[in-house]
Design a binder for this molecule. Sequence first.
Ligand code: HEM
Length: 136
Amino acid sequence: MNPQTPPLEIHALATAPWYVLAHLALALAALVIGTSVLLRRKGDGLHKAMGWAWVCLMLCVALTSFFIQARDRFSLIHLLSILILVSVPLGVMHIRSKRIRSHRITMLSAFAGLVIAGAFTLLPYRMLGRLVFGQG
Ligand code: HEM
């Protein structure tokens, strides 16, 4: 094991603070609902209901991220949180003003942000990375 890497207990998830667990659960739910919204037909009642659920989840994912500070300070990823807090409501405003193309682009970009941020959590020195791939 790299001496720089702190050991990860087997029950790391159980001992993680509430805001990390909340952030993780909300992000995974946003991933599942967001993927379903993208795959099914658009514009019907279910799209609207699932879309609102996804909007709420994304805002909560971004808000809970401000409680998480590796090395006791904000990181570059927190810029993504600010971007999500601005862009997701903007995506809602676009569709309420019938700007379908802008709605599509804004929501797709926010979803891409979710996927990319999720992929980065699998880096070997991060909690999920060490949990999924072992301690290296
Ligand atoms: C499926 C998607 C996601 C998963 C599974 C996930 C999971 C996690 C976990 C487990 C942590 C804490 C442990 C660690 O830092 O290694 C974390 C931290 C963080 N996440 Fe997420 N997250 C996701 C998406 C997002 C999104 C969309 C944002 C922004 C809106 C975000 C912003 C952050 C920030 C700013 C931190 C703190 C990083 C630091 O201080 O270095 N995450 N995430």
